[in-house]
Design a protein around this ligand. Sequence first.
Ligand code: SF4
Length: 231
Amino acid sequence: MLKTVQVSSNKKTGPIAVTYRAGVRDTYGTCPKTCGLNPAPDAGADTIDQEYMVAVLKAVPRNGQAWTYSHFPAEQLPAPMPGQTVINASCDDMDSAVDAMAIGRPAVVAAPLGTDWSGGIEYRGVKFVQCPAELSEGFTCMQCGGGRPLCAQGKRDYVIVFVAHGTGAKKVGTDCAGGCYAAQGPTAIQWHGTRKTGTANDAAALVAFAKSLPPGSMLRHHVAGDIGRAR
Ligand code: SF4
């Protein structure tokens, strides 16, 4: 099930187009079972929904930019191609992020609550840079990268770090399942609602949504949800 929002009120993304994706039976149904942040791994997906993933790659607004994140293993994700949505490999630790970069996948990593990344660091020869929206009040994806959001730059030589936030943040970077930032608060409300009011044919709905957006728009796929095949 897919929910599309033409102008988001999300503080971090700013007023850009966004989507949410959920399973019919469970909100976490499109997220991989293997995601370390998933508090309901048994409800998650075993495999990528290939039809939907192709739709995501195509769903770029005319003359615009599109990006998303996936917690499926980096080697299962498509490498970035010009004109397509950038799918970032969302990694649970620094080593996985470096490994993803080594096979040509742009990577992001969730860092434990309270850790300081503001100066950036280098690890195994790769730079790690914190999301600028976490460092400056009022900064959004719209301003990021001077109009070329860092997460939409598929060919980059640094990992983007997101420091854990939300009520499950203490679980990020531990062996406990959970820590997903979308598990509580306004994002959770939107995401749970997607199960009831979203569009059933999410691949077709997504392509149509991207085409309907004004030229030059930014589209962030899946504020919550992933590219899995929901059971
Ligand atoms: S790095 Fe930039 S594009 Fe990515 S989430 Fe942060 S502000 Fe948005």
